[in-house]
Write a new protein. Sequence first.
Length: 139
Amino acid sequence: MYDAILVPTDGSDQADAAVDHAASLAAAHGATLHVLYVADANRDSVTTLGGEVVDALEREGTRIIEKTTDRLDLAIEVVDAVETGDPVGTILEYAETVDADLIVMGTHGRRGLDRYLLGSTTERVVRLSSIPVLTLREE
């Protein structure tokens, strides 16, 4: 039923639960699991470190992706990516690019006041996606 499952993560407990569920689905269906971190281009994150320009959000995304993929079952195929852009648009574009059959997301991440003013990333992905989105509610 599923060949490619996308699970965006921000490293939160809710995202970790979504990753676990998505990994279970990928194992059950023999699907490829795509783990995505989006460095939010709407936030200022570029700094200079030792004379080198570094994007702190991309660096954090790489750390989160590594931590996430290290704990996954080696029996499933995992593709990871760190992308920069608007989170909602980037998630939807990435899902289309990898021909995802399903997007799995937690209902809360670390979005602070933006979540209440603009709606959560998950809610906007659900509204705009042409691909089915499975959401997991925060406990």
